[in-house]
Design a protein around this ligand. Sequence first.
Ligand code: ADP
Length: 177
Amino acid sequence: MDGTDRIEIIKGDITKVQVDAIVNAANSSLLGGGGVDGAIHRAGGPVILEECKKIVARQGGCKTGEAVITSGGNLPCSYVIHTVGPIWNGGKKNEEEKLANCYKNSLQLAAEHQVKTIAFPNISTGVYKFPKDLAARISIATVLNFISTGSGIEKVLFVCFEDESFNYLVKELNTQK
Ligand code: ADP
């Protein structure tokens, strides 16, 4: 089944989009950081960090490729799904598989919470330095694979903060059509 019509790629700020859940490119401490993580905590307010701290107390952070869920605080979304992308290390440390796991596990958690619309940033392509073209290929392929299996997810938005990732994602989605 073709899911390309359920994927949308836009430029913008992920804290502003109207969806059921947004995904955060967090770090394993779950205690906040820079980039998109900082923007989400700033816009969402202290509730999100409080919930993250409870998760840390329960399970001790989040491993690379895994995902946890909190409420959206002051954000327009109901949930924030925090996933930890791999730090690019030359490609020999299972970075590709770990990045795919971020998308898969985030979508799985979303589906378990009856999320219908979800937005992703370009996980790992900022300070974690994952090559943007390869990240685009992995993210489109993984999302398409997941949504074609009938998960209840109706719309997946990629919210790009810069042109390079936007262009790679559009190109990648077009090759899948
Ligand atoms: P990572 O550590 O996973 O690389 P970063 O936050 O450094 O995470 O970068 C991930 C991506 O998020 C980058 O493409 C960056 O440009 C983008 N980004 C930063 N702020 C925002 C935002 N407010 N909305 C959407 N994307 C953002």
